[in-house]
Design a protein around this ligand. Structure first.
Ligand code: CA
Length: 374
């Protein structure tokens, strides 16, 4: 994009009285650049899509987001694009959603990009990495900081178009039956912790255990695991973890703002007329902000319930615990980056943006949380 100097910028603002400022015009056309690939005509042709998801049918917030999107798209397109949503296992198993959309067996999918780390390790940067950016920062990186272009390139290799479609916000650190006062307290701890967080835990002497959502409660109850992470107060309350674990720790250092994604078969997307492409992108953008809002609202309600009705003992990891975890994370991300060329490219962009936005957030968001919010 053309660099704006002060003079051009002021001239642009003057034009705003008769239309959009130049700066805004060029930015918005860039964001929706890919909508120009379809046939540039309005037709009455109808499309019916299948959407496969990695969530149990009707799963709170995550599954709900898919049906809200389908409903919005149908209304905005006056019925020209209908999306039928399938829960995990209804059409294909949850963790085969990516392949199903890639092959065209389904048109669209909903998941979290770190589920596909086995296909391309760099996907993890488009979901969550430990000690990573928060929702606000990662939205900035993907939407206007260069992240989307890298994501498009990565998913393009799989014939997919990736879209931001939600964020969990900062998650909780998990449920424990022992206090975590030093890094030594992780030694020998069997904890349900997937992905890169699990690798960090392992470096701290813990034993990450992979358990599907439905197995965690009994695993914890029977001592197959000593601790577990899940999401936040709303989902954790529904899982009943407060019945079998003593301490609920904050923050979720391993998931600081996990992106939920939707991905579309590229051929199917490009076969849509421009207006339907724009409708799908706009609906996903709405879902992206709806989901974070829903998480924030529900988590705040259920945190209160956990404290006031269930007397849960809420703790915070001390800095002496977080600091070594942060160092292990850097080692693990460096390893990942040295082993995989695409991860190196994405990590460079991610890390540069995180440092840059960190300086800005330090003066503004951090000051807000430390000194203004009461
Ligand atoms: Ca989690």
């Amino acid at each position: 994009m053309k660099k704006l100097n002060r003079k051009t910028f002021i001239k642009g603002i003057a034009l705003a009285t008769v239309g959009l400022p130049i700066a805004i015009r060029s930015c918005s056309s860039q964001n929706f650049a890919q909508t120009n690939q379809g046939p540039n005509i309005i037709t009455n042709k109808k499309f019916e899509w299948k959407m496969v998801t990695t969530w149990p049918p009707g799963f709170p917030v995550l599954g709900e987001s898919c049906t809200i999107l389908a409903d919005l798209v149908e209304k905005m397109s006056a019925g020209r694009l209908k999306i039928k949503v399938f829960g995990g296992g209804e059409l294909v198993p949850a963790l085969e959603a990516f392949e199903a959309v890639q092959s065209g067996a389904a048109d669209m999918g909903s998941g979290a990009a770190y589920y596909w780390a086995g296909k391309a390790p760099a996907t993890q940067f488009f979901a969550s990495v430990p000690f990573g950016m928060n929702a606000q920062q990662i939205n900035a990186w993907v939407m206007t900081g260069g992240g989307q272009e890298l994501w498009d390139e990565l998913y393009g290799q799989f014939n997919l178009v990736p879209l931001l479609a939600g964020n969990s916000g900062v998650q909780m650190g998990g449920w424990f039956n022992r206090e975590i006062n030093t890094i030594e307290d992780f030694k020998g701890l069997k904890m349900r912790m997937p992905g890169l967080g699990g690798k960090v835990l392992e470096r701290a002497g813990g034993a990450p255990v992979l358990l599907a959502g439905g197995e965690i409660y009994t695993g914890l109850e029977r001592g197959i695991i000593d601790a577990t992470e899940w999401i936040g107060p709303y989902h954790d309350y529904k899982m009943g973890f407060h019945e079998i674990a003593k301490y609920y720790y904050s923050p979720g250092w391993h998931e600081t703002g996990t992106i939920l994604e939707m991905f579309i078969n590229k051929d199917r997307f490009e076969a849509l007329p421009n207006d339907l492409q724009a409708i799908v992108r706009t609906a996903a953008a709405y879902i992206n902000s709806w989901m974070l809002s829903e998480f924030e609202t529900k988590n705040s309600i259920y945190l209160k319930k956990l404290i006031e009705e269930e007397n849960v003992d809420i703790r915070k990891f001390p800095e002496v615990v977080l600091q070594p975890l942060r160092e292990y994370t850097t080692e693990i991300l460096d390893d990942l980056s040295n082993k995989d060329a695409f991860s190196k490219k994405v990590y460079a962009s991610y890390d540069k943006f995180r440092k840059q936005i960190g300086d800005w957030s330090d003066l503004t968001e951090k000051e807000y949380y430390n000194n203004i919010l009461s």
